[in-house]
Design a protein around this ligand. Structure first.
Ligand SMILES: Nc1ncnc2c1ncn2[C@@H]1O[C@H](COP(=O)(O)OP(=O)(O)OP(=O)(O)O)[C@@H](O)[C@H]1O
Length: 240
């Protein structure tokens, strides 16, 4: 897939978010896109996925099947997880079931999308992106809010998609793919996108911090479930 001289602005007189972007991805490439908040990573990913059209320039060679997991899954929908994924699977002529155990989603299947924690909603977004075996898999901040088991599983999933010839593009603040042997890395800065050949900085984990939150007693179970669903090691101190 090739991006040639791609520029983008959201509206006609709005500032140009990306300009003169040149990128080429080959089957099996895994690309990490980094940059500060607001740099244009999500915009670039949406262009690559075909969800937005370049204001100028061309994108060619996009695989027929694209999987896209947004940074914020639009969970304000009345369906249960099962109903939503069944519908998506029918449209894509795909199966979602193999992903359910793998992403630890069995307990969520009868929940309504709007009741899911952020991390759980994110998993639904991942499944709908993965189920059709995409030739291009685009994941916007996939590690945000995921529990430890799913975080650990994601690099293996990315490797599998790339291993069968898919291209994978991931924006990632958290260095979640740094352990993979050959990740290409692009940085978005001042509207320009440059491939970096320097080795990425080591991932420095923030020291774990204990935070005590006071919650009304009747809200404790739901609060604990939500925190755990978002990947925190939540512990109940006292119910009094
Ligand atoms: N729908 C929109 N309409 C107008 N401007 C937008 C829209 N979405 C994003 N922008 C602007 O485009 C620029 C790039 O935003 P984008 O979301 O691509 O950045 P990002 O690098 O993904 O940021 P973050 O790390 O915070 O997710 C920002 O200035 C943002 O305000």
């Amino acid at each position: 897939m090739r991006l040639v001289n791609v520029s983008y602005s959201y509206r006609r007189r709005a500032p140009t978010v990306l300009r003169g972007v040149e990128m080429a991805l080959a089957p099996g490439d895994v690309a990490e896109v980094v940059g500060a908040n607001g740099a244009g990573k999500s915009t670039l990913l949406r262009l690559m996925a075909g969800l937005a059209r370049p204001t100028a320039g061309t994108i060619s060679g996009r695989p027929a099947v694209v999987g896209f997991a947004p940074d914020r899954f639009p969970a304000e929908q009345p369906f249960t997880v099962t109903a939503y994924l069944t519908h998506q699977a029918r449209i894509r002529r795909a199966r979602f079931e193999p992903w359910i155990d793998r992403l630890g989603m069995a307990p969520l299947m009868n929940e309504r999308l709007r009741d899911l924690s952020k991390g759980s909603a994110h998993k639904v977004g991942l499944v709908q992106a993965l189920m059709a075996e995409p030739g291009l898999l685009v994941l916007d901040e996939p590690f945000a809010g995921l529990d430890a088991d799913t975080r650990a599983e994601l690099p293996a999933i990315v490797t599998e998609v790339a291993g069968r010839g898919g291209m994978v593009v991931v924006s990632d603040h958290q260095g979640g793919l740094r352990g993979l042997p050959s990740v290409r890395r692009w940085a978005v800065l001042d509207g320009e996108v440059k491939e970096s050949t320097a080795s990425p900085p080591p991932v420095t984990a923030a020291p774990p911090a204990d935070v005590v939150v006071t919650v009304p007693a009747d809200e404790v179970p739901a609060f604990m479930a939500r925190m755990r669903g978002d990947g925190y090691q939540a512990r109940e101190l006292d119910r009094a």
